[in-house]
Design a protein around this ligand. Structure first.
Ligand SMILES: Nc1ncnc2c1ncn2[C@@H]1O[C@H](COP(=O)(O)OP(=O)(O)O)[C@@H](O)[C@H]1O
Ligand SMILES: [Mg+2]
Length: 361
């Protein structure tokens, strides 16, 4: 059974007069792959630094295995970090890079040797012990950086945008490699990225961050299928978002028409945001559409067309379809009640989760 390994309780981090984390609370369970996802500057690295012990919270508590560790120094924590730039020593070979921390700790030579070889085996670099860092590819350097963190046998591995410097192909390969490694080791990974596709592909749990707060946490499908608000919907994949009014339970109005939907628990006539994913909308003949629109532009995306349509109120709707309409053509947009996602303004994650659970009854 997995247990809570890290907990943040109302953690605030301020520098001088700027608040970079605004009362952040979450729990991390042992043995899972977590991702902190959000745009640059939202506070991802700040959270990793707090977990690693490189900085202290201004207020709030950080717990490891149930004990407060706010003041525990970094070298006493069972946590290691793989940095964005890898921070390898270019003048040392692979073996020396990985062994460095253990030598500092003055471990016996034989023990260092066993640990270094094991770490290199885990990242599939056995045989390259004497290779110079400058003679290695980006992917190999990445693995040296991971081996150097693993050699300390951490319970938690923190990875701060470790793939952002790699080209797309290598990146995709490293994504599955990291995911495999995490499963094999069974330790907790906390991975940072600003790339939503990467987060969706790799994680057990995602924390979507914005402006020093966690907007939503959940599995990739929770977050993709039921975004809590406009920010999350927009950040996680492509979305159509329009303003609407919740007339009553299971009935929402947008673009001047009322539609059956599956959302409930809001006030009558509450203003809301309405989201529909491009892949959930189909193009149909005008008279069969729930909304009428005109095709503005289209792009071929290899598997489907990405079609931009404009409705009678001037809203833009992106539709994914294998059909190729003509620019300027009048079309119908069709969707089912469950394709409509209604989002309240400023709903807390707690209230949001409670409301979603009530739908199952
Ligand atoms: N030592 C510091 N002093 C002042 N401001 C800082 C410091 N470290 C980070 N910040 C600010 O905190 C915010 C969050 O930074 P960071 O956690 O690095 O974001 P991310 O990793 O999500 O890009 C940024 O606005 C950044 O400028
Ligand atoms: Mg960062």
């Amino acid at each position: 059974m997995s247990h809570t390994i890290i907990e943040f309780k109302d953690v605030v981090k301020e520098y001088d007069d700027t608040t970079v984390l605004k009362s952040v609370s979450f729990e991390i369970e042992q043995g899972k792959f977590y991702t902190l996802l959000g745009p640059s500057g939202c506070g991802k690295t700040t959270i990793l630094r707090l977990i690693a012990g490189f900085s202290e919270p201004t207020s709030g508590e950080i717990l490891f295995d149930g004990k407060v560790i706010n003041k525990v120094p970094a070298n006493k924590r069972k946590v290691n970090t793989v940095f964005q730039d890898y921070a390898l020593f270019p003048h040392m070979d692979v073996y020396e890079n990985v062994a460095f921390g253990l030598k500092i700790k003055k471990l016996p030579k034989e023990q260092i040797d066993v640990k270094v070889r094991e770490a290199l085996r885990l990242v599939q670099l056995s045989g390259l012990e004497e290779r110079q860092i400058s003679d290695m590819s980006g992917g190999q350097r990445q693995r040296v950086a991971i081996a150097r963190a693993l050699v300390n046998e951490p319970e938690i591995l923190l990875l701060d945008e470790p793939l952002s410097a790699l080209d797309l192909k290598l990146r995709t390969a490293m994504q599955s490699e990291l995911r495999e490694l995490q499963k094999r080791l069974g330790i907790t990974f906390i991975f940072v990225t600003h790339d939503q596709e990467e987060a969706l592909a790799m994680s057990d749990e995602i924390f979507v961050m914005h402006d020093g707060k966690i907007e939503q946490s959940g599995s990739p499908s929770d977050i993709y299928d039921e975004p809590i608000n406009r920010f999350v919907a927009d950040f996680i994949g492509e979305s159509n978002i329009v303003k609407g009014v919740m007339i009553e339970d299971n009935l929402v109005e947008f673009v001047g028409k009322q539609f059956e939907c599956v959302d409930s628990g809001m006030r009558e006539n509450e203003p809301v945001d309405v989201v529909m994913r491009p892949e959930d909308i189909s193009l149909v003949p005008v008279e069969q559409g729930k909304l009428k629109a005109t095709v503005d532009t289209l792009l071929f995306r290899g598997v489907h067309y990405e079609i931009f349509c404009i409705d009678s109120e001037g809203n833009e709707w992106m539709v994914h379809s294998t059909k190729k309409p003509l620019e300027g053509q009048a079309v119908g947009l069709f969707f089912e009640p469950e394709d409509i996602h209604v989002m309240r303004f400023n709903e807390s994650e707690e209230d949001f989760d409670a409301r979603l659970e009530s739908y199952d009854d």
